[in-house]
Write a protein that binds this ligand. Sequence first.
Ligand SMILES: Nc1nc2c(c(=O)[nH]1)N[C@H]1C(S)=C(S)[C@@H](COP(=O)(O)O)O[C@H]1N2
Ligand SMILES: [Mo]
Length: 331
Amino acid sequence: MNLIDRRNFLRYASLGIFAALFTRKVEASTFLMKRFLALPPKETPFITPNEHFYIVNFGKQPQVDAADWTLRITGKVQRPLELTYQEILARPAVEKMVTLECIDNEVAGELISNAVWKGVTLKSLIEEAKPLQGVEDVAMYGADAYSDGITLDRALNYDVFLAYQMNGVTLPKEHGYPLRAVVPGLYGIKNVKWLTKIDLVDHDYKGYWQQKGWTDTATIKVKSRIDAPGPYNTINPGYIFRGIAFTGGYGIRSVEISLDGGKSWVPATIEPPPSPYSWVFWKYEWKDAKPGTYQILSRATDKLSRTQTAFISRAFPDGTSGLQSIVTFVE
Ligand SMILES: Nc1nc2c(c(=O)[nH]1)N[C@H]1C(S)=C(S)[C@@H](COP(=O)(O)O)O[C@H]1N2
Ligand SMILES: [Mo]
């Protein structure tokens, strides 16, 4: 994916300069844009097949054998636990659709995917271990020396669970087999894979990325993406624009689209999602499109009334922001 992005970027950069040389010859540059910059629309299935789900590891993928693996619940608890894979599988299960997004995901990027995960609630394990007074954070450790933490409040009250299945099959190795955290609402960094230990501590735990200055809260910013048409495509009146929108704020309330470079906005339709933790699909039919060249943008608002900002920020330290904008030709 990175490779494709880089290739497209080079393509844009070099051809962008080339196109700029023709600014006075609008027709020539339009021809060049249509000819060289047009990209296909994104085909985005609502549930991402496991083999297409994005993967981000800080280092090498560890090899874990479930037969000699255990999950330990340690720290400030009355009753430390050590559970085998079979014991985890035997517990009451929950199944939820949750979209994961990497904090490195660009606006309109592809480090975002959606799956149905099955596992055990973190709350049930913590309650069984009986936390002592004064626990602040729940630190989660992976077999690859990665770790990250969430607050005890988040661990108990926000549907956090530990998954051993992904889209109906055993959690694939690259996605954290045998067990990974799924933390609805928070960026991928908090969704620790290859879990080995859950440690309850009386302070603010700083994980792998926090020690390098990245966000500790990691709330996913509200974002939308235009999947069709691709940039520099030519469309006809009646074309149906479509894309995705996502947020850490308990679901998307609305998506708007601008057909005039951000001056005015019209509502798009969103398909009601089956889960408050999944992305939504939106669409907009442009019935009265007139021939010309247009700059199209999308923006989403979530159920916490947070509207996607035009302010451009890079991934460090708390995730990207901005609005995607594409050039569209109407014929
Ligand atoms: N143990 C461990 N867990 C991890 C990581 C890691 O490197 N090691 N990467 C995190 C990051 S940055 C993201 S975005 C998600 C990605 O999960 P995926 O590879 O299943 O999509 O896993 C998170 N959990
Ligand atoms: Mo990430």
